[in-house]
Design a protein around this ligand. Sequence first.
Ligand code: EPZ
Length: 419
Amino acid sequence: MDKFLIQGGQKLEGEVRISGAKNAALPLLAATILADSPIRISNMPNLRDVNTLVKLIAGLGVAIEYAGDTVTADTSTLNNQFAPYDLVKTMRASILVLGPLVARYGEAKVSLPGGCAIGSRPVDQHLKALEALGAHIEVENGYVHAKVDGRLKGGEVIFDMVTVGGTENILMAATLADGVTTIRNAAREPEITDLANMLIKMGAKIEGLDTDTLVVTGVESLHGCDYAVVADRIETGSYLAAAAITGGRVRTTHTDPALLECVLDKFEEMGAEVTRGEDWIELDMQGKRPKAVSFRTLPHPDFPTDMQAQLMAVNAIGRGFATISETIFENRFMHVPELSRMGANIQVEGNDAVVTGVEKLSAAPVMATDLRASFSLVLAALAAEGETLIDRIYHIDRGYEHIEAKLQGIGAKIKRVSG
Ligand code: EPZ
């Protein structure tokens, strides 16, 4: 099992090229099922999760190619609507093929995704939304079996809580429904807007982008198009955090400051100097120790849960103390015991964590537990005195393309060791 060996203590300086967003790439790939002619998606990040979904879509009989940073798909050979457990269990976003398959082919059998480390992550809202559009849903033996005679019917969908995947699933399904669908309490993450923009390029009629109410007027069919995945705002925030925690200066390119304004505001509250360009962001910590800052994770445009672990790591060496509230997932503090092994002072009470900053963290053998927690351990190791060994880094390969090369490019002493 691969590990990272990281020698901490260097101020990180330099430029990082940001990849396409994992959390946009996955719904965009699912949306290829809706196209009745070939579709090309570029700026696709080469990640484990992306490759898993490509494999799953190929298993439906779709002719799908992934070469360089571009995926091309042709659904004319699609010959089944079955997404098996062995693939879905490794990548829960596979549930996103459900809506497109039911909408276009009238039937789908998709494995229920298991929970994952950060929470049970049910899909009840996805199923309720599809039923509101006329799908008949049965759940048995760990599979969702969805069917509709003829087309889905436009209708009213009201989510009980903001759900990114639920919004994406029903948005895709509604594009081919007969009539108008209103989606209320919709998630407003930039990845949803990216999906909507591609669907519109494919011929879909969608209004209310970036708001919590999406109105979709169904059409008979959607055609292929050329599209590029939006920049990864979480990868951007993660590398800017590397500058903040080491007192360095990092410029992230091929990104967009508008995607993560709330995170940039927090970095400024920490005392960092943040410069925003058209398609780049620079964070200069000027050698200073950051001020610990409090925050609460909430749906976009507020502070993203996917940046919680990373900013907790920066707070761990911050001046003063801060309270972090995780309101989205029920178990997203698994990085805390690992950070504590490195000398962090963090008290957890339910979904709240109080971080009291310490001068220095110290190297220790630690273990990654989930994707973003892994990056928070990398950040802590970059700031810690000595050499840290991080185990189970397969988690990190799910969401960070070329991570060693990108970190080495800004001066980090990191190498991957196997065994
Ligand atoms: C997406 O997950 C992201 N994944 C997650 O990123 C991200 O943390 C999350 O949105 C929140 O922003 C992808 O886009 C592939 P949700 P998703 O449905 O869609 C509950 C990362 O690190 N819920 O918005 O699964 C759910 O349990 C990953 O890149 C229900 O109860 O998240 C959670 O508590 C981690 N029933 C909350 O809602 C449902 O039917 C938000 O989940 C659906 C969700």
